[in-house]
Design a protein around this ligand. Structure first.
Ligand code: GCU
Length: 347
């Protein structure tokens, strides 16, 4: 992801995929339905490993009818582009960060709230609870797509080129890249930094050319995306646990027989399972590489001032969308049960 996501090669590939979709006969095995899935991570990332397991599973169980193709590394465009392609059915599935989905349905704002989950355990239990996820996951049905499972994307923390962040005051005057979401922009405003929204694929170049002073993400961004080559301070303020979401085009999903849908649903569970197992290993390896090879310094600031600065956002999001209040309350039950925010992010 160190190159721009709009390279001529990528545009060519995207045009080719879309043309093939339009002609729907581009496959060598013409009678098989090609199922295209796009994502923005590298081929060694847990997301890709999980989607490859999905591809193998579907090919094994329904290979006479479907051929799954996985397109990594923003080959089909940024996440926002891919969501739009999934919406129209130009591709069938993609992985999108929950952050960018709030522009398609306000309900997604909930999982973007800073310090929503008290611990990794509370986060995982909430995301595994269908009473919590279902009203959010089905809220884009009218927009043409539905969420079919979630993926762990760890905790998001600030990292900077040259100024360590030890309290919100350190963010003042710094341009920090955030995902393209109104909630994230507001979060940065409350914390005192200057939000610079952009797609993930553009962050490395923006850091390298001093267009931004830092960004915020999980540890994998340091290593897998090379951000740790430029940013030497990573502060565990742990402001968000924003899940990634696998979304699918409704028309495609509904075109399958109930039996086929059941196999795909088993496949979605496999994506979640494999990705979560791989995630734990990948984060551990990323921390080791960042500290050892990239010489990134890990900092553990007092989280209280960050939590306090962000708290008005909970009130404003709930006030503007009271329908999500009951779901928010259910999350608080998990927070009470699993109250400790662990720093190792590895449970
Ligand atoms: C994480 C997340 C991606 C997201 C990225 C970002 O890597 O897994 O889905 O695109 O953050 O900050 O944009």
């Amino acid at each position: 992801m160190k190159s721009s996501n709009h390279s001529p090669y990528k545009l060519f590939l995207l045009a080719l995929v879309l043309t093939c979709t339009a002609l729907s006969g581009c496959s060598a095995a013409q009678h098989k339905r090609i199922v295209r899935i796009g994502h923005n991570q590298s081929t060694s990332h847990p997301t890709h490993v999980a989607l490859t397991a999905f591809k193998d599973f579907i090919n094994e169980r329904l290979g006479d009818k479907y051929v799954v193709e996985v397109y990594p590394s923003e080959l089909l465009g940024s996440q926002t582009d891919m969501v739009q392609l999934t919406q129209t059915g130009a591709i069938d599935y993609c992985i999108a960060s929950n952050a960018i989905l709030e522009t398609f349905s306000k309900n997604y704002e909930l999982f973007n709230l800073p310090y929503l989950f008290a611990s990794t355990e509370a986060y995982h239990h909430s995301m595994d609870d269908k009473k919590i996820t279902e009203p959010i996951f089905s809220s884009t049905r009218k927009a043409g797509f539905t969420a079919v499972t979630w993926l762990d994307a760890g905790t998001r923390n600030f990292y900077t080129v040259s100024k360590p962040i030890e309290s919100p005051a350190d963010l003042k005057g710094l341009k920090i890249r955030v995902q393209q979401s109104p909630t994230n922009i507001e979060m940065m405003r409350l914390l005192g930094g200057s939000a610079t929204p952009m797609g993930f694929g553009d962050v490395y170049t923006a850091l390298q050319s001093n267009i931004i002073d830092g960004a915020e993400n999980n540890e994998m961004a340091l290593t897998d995306n090379g951000h740790g080559d430029v940013c030497k301070y990573y502060s565990y303020d742990m402001h968000q646990m924003v899940p990634d979401i696998l979304i699918g085009n409704n028309m495609f999903i509904e075109s399958m027989s109930p039996e086929e849908q059941a196999v795909f649903e088993e496949g979605y569970r496999l994506v979640n399972d494999v990705q979560r197992r791989e995630w734990i290993k990948a984060v551990k390896a990323a921390r080791q590489k960042a500290a050892g090879q990239q010489k990134v310094q890990f900092l553990y600031p007092d989280q209280a001032p960050f939590v306090q600065a962000c708290s008005p956002l909970h009130r404003s999001v709930l006030l503007s969308n009271p329908a999500i209040q009951p779901i928010y309350d259910q999350i608080q039950e998990y927070n009470n049960q699993y109250p400790t925010l662990s720093e190792d992010n590895e449970s």
